[in-house]
Design a protein around this ligand. Structure first.
Ligand code: NAD
Ligand code: LMR
Length: 328
């Protein structure tokens, strides 16, 4: 058995954490030989609810969970953490767009960025889930000057999974047949799931599904607006699928990416090959060598249509950044 790694999860009494924590504990992300210490952060008002979650974690007696630390002190939660999954924050309700959350959630990431900077392990990697996740990630990373920028990720994997599922359904294949799904830009309605690169059974999706109108229309809007559709249907934002996507993100970062394929996460844009502005967290197709390191997939030929979509979502991120300059 290996030494335990420390995994910090914020928003531990919330909906997403209720799926996430138990799945981290069962070894499906870090592997059956990798024990974990769960370090769970909540706000003081939610500590009673978190106590209940901790009791359930204890009652699951998961062999890989070597300790559970529940706290309302960010310095304790991030102490020596190897991974941090930042879920804590308000979700949007009906009638809101994700960017409406920046005023409520942005300041949380300023404090947590500092706490990560001061306490986390040298190999810390951070996945930001709470919305608006790209800009929250920028706030946190900007306030953690000692943590290299390539250790920070904002989650667009849920969008990738949604796009994969839509294409699989339309093509009548299993989702495993759908590869090369890249989400470009913001985790918002401006995102661009680049269908021009998606493959189905190794062939271009646009050949297998010979209906460009569907890709530019229903496909795009279904993926872009899926979060809202779930809120409208459930009365609450997506939770189990969001937790699933957070775990997929980590798994993709710690597993070598299959030859020719890629996965999506928003990373700090700093001299990327596609001319996207520097200094924002922008989702690109990525490849990983399997040790948490990654690179942006190079050499994709973007059509004028794709370039326009990629630029529009960049512009939205630049606007979000303007609104949070005081937090950076
Ligand atoms: P929730 O309201 O059920 O839970 C959030 C929890 O965070 C609450 O228990 C709250 O007390 C806690 N919290 C608030 N401030 C905190 C702080 N400073 N430190 C620690 N904990 C804090 O919400 P949820 O459904 O679990 O969603 C959490 C976030 O994830 C929301 O912002 C939501 O919009 C976002 N989200 C993102 C994606 C994505 O794809 N990126 C998908 C789904 C949800
Ligand atoms: C989602 O995509 O389901 C989440 O980001 C929640 C939301 O507000 O849409």
């Amino acid at each position: 058995m290996k030494d335990p790694i420390r995994v910090a999860v914020t928003g531990g009494a919330g909906q997403i954490a209720y799926s996430l924590l138990f799945r981290i504990g069962n070894g499906e992300v870090f592997g059956p030989e990798q024990p974990v210490i769960l370090q769970i952060l909540e706000i003081p008002q939610a500590m009673d609810a978190l106590k209940g979650v901790v009791m359930e974690l204890q009652d699951s007696a998961q062999p890989l969970v070597h300790d559970i630390i529940a706290t309302d002190d960010a310095n304790v939660a991030f102490k020596d953490a190897n991974w941090a999954i930042l879920v804590g924050g308000k979700p949007r309700g009906p009638g809101m767009v994700r960017a409406d959350l920046i005023a409520a959630n942005g300041p949380i990431f300023l404090d947590q960025g500092k706490a990560i900077n001061d306490n986390a392990a040298d190999d810390i990697r951070v996945v930001v889930v709470a919305n608006p996740c790209n800009s929250n990630c920028l706030v946190a990373a900007s306030n953690a000057p000692d943590v290299p920028k390539d250790r920070w990720f904002a989650m667009t994997r849920l969008d990738e999974n949604r796009a994969r599922a839509q294409v699989a359904d339309k093509a009548g294949v299993l989702s495993t047949e759908v590869t090369n799904v890249g989400i470009w830009g913001n985790h918002s309605a401006s995102q661009f799931p680049n269908f021009e690169e998606i493959k189905v059974g190794g062939k271009p999706a646009t050949e297998v599904i010979d209906d460009r109108g569907w890709f530019e229309g229903d496909f795009l809007t279904t993926v872009q607006d899926r979060g809202k559709a779930i809120i409208d249907a459930r009365g609450k934002s997506s939770a189990a699928s969001a937790a699933n996507a957070a775990l997929d993100t980590i798994r993709s970062l710690i597993t070598p990416t299959a030859e020719g394929d890629w996965f999506s996460a928003a990373v700090y844009s700093d001299g990327n090959p596609y001319g996207i502005a520097d200094g924002i967290f922008y989702s690109f197709p990525l490849r990983s060598t399997g040790n948490g390191d990654w690179e942006i997939v190079e050499g994709l030929e973007l059509s004028d249509y794709a370039k326009e979509k990629a630029a529009a979502t960049q512009d939205e991120l630049l606007k979000e950044r303007e609104a949070i300059t005081d937090l950076l």
